[in-house]
Design a protein around this ligand. Sequence first.
Ligand code: UD1
Length: 419
Amino acid sequence: MQKLEVIGGKKISGTIVISGSKNATLPILASTILTNKKITINNIPVVRDVETMAELLKTIGSNVKFDRKKKKIEIYNKKPLKTFAPYYLLKTMRAGVLVLGALLAKYRIAKVSLPGGCAIGSRPIDLHLDALKKMGAKIKIKDGYVHASATKGLRGSNIKFSKISVGATENILIAACFASGESKLRNCAIEPEVEDLIIFLKKIGCKIKRIGKRSLNVLGTNKLKSTTHKVIFDRIEAGTYIIAAALTKGHLKIKNINPKIILTEIKLLNKMGVKITKKKDHIIVNRTESLKNINIVTKPYPGFPTDLQAQIMILMTKADGISTIQENIFENRFMHVSELRRMGAKIEIKGNKAKVFGKSKLNGAELMATDLRASVCLVLAGLIPSSKTIINRIYHLDRGYEKIEKKLLKCGAQIRRLR
Ligand code: UD1
């Protein structure tokens, strides 16, 4: 089992180039099931979840060429695909369920494994399934699989999601693009990754119109085109490195981003005392003053992202006074707290609220990563003390962070992978 060793006390300064977004890449890849025209996708992050999605597409017969050096995937489906997505590929990556909408819309039948249990919460897929049923699908859950069929094809429908869900919005949007007739999707997620999927789908000929802040009108079509698309930057990776610089009083240029997409995070970090200069496609992070305490509530976009909650908690341990976090998206997303406490952080948890006491002295320790964002929060924590921190079970980290130790090493961190 691979581990990371971090010896902190060094400033994170220099330049970091942000990768393409994993969470945008995954639904875009799933949606290519709809078309048999040539698709080229650039700015692909070479991370394990993307490898798993590429593997899943290959398993169902998709012709996927992944050029890791050029960060490019080409897909050209000349033959019909299989409609079976097996458990062994969905157990490590929930986003695998995004192939369900596309398979069902295109082939009228699909057998897709229920995604594996996830540490951060129960994460059901009821919203996905209810919407597909409304579109005419018959759905049975048997032996851990979703068995779905729509013998006459999916039909356009009026769907109002009872809760804002990124995955359900993406899955149903993809399905609606190939269904017969018109769909109205309401209470949709408007995360930048959903927007990137919409841009991609429109490029291949899907007919999508925004008719309100969270409402979409989709007219199904089966006339799809070839296209080339560049995936949007990873805003969570960008936020993580802003925090790394802020934590260590570094001076960091963060490149290949659009600062307008992360204004909530920038404003909040400004409030804490982190100076961030915004340019067209990069930002410069500088922290010289002491950090102020802050209160955060995680919300769907444009609110503060749950995927950055664990990282900001580390910064709070260094601020003046008491900061608070209310986690509103996932019920079990404070698993990093017990590990941070082992380093000396003082954090109290009550339900979905955390109270973080500032000016904690953190010491190096041997730690266990529990999920993707919790893993990176432990890496950030390791950047603080000049003693050694060992992070075990880092396969979670490799699911979503491209070359993290190389990027940090180049900016002055003392970090290495122990095999
Ligand atoms: C996506 C992101 C993940 C991020 C999350 C919230 C990807 C691959 N992953 O996950 O990194 O943390 O959005 O921004 O893009 N829910 C239901 N029923 C459903 C679906 C969801 O109750 O059918 C609930 C979930 O349990 C959760 C909330 O809705 O409480 C939001 O989840 P959702 O937006 O669906 O998250 P994911 O798409 O799984």
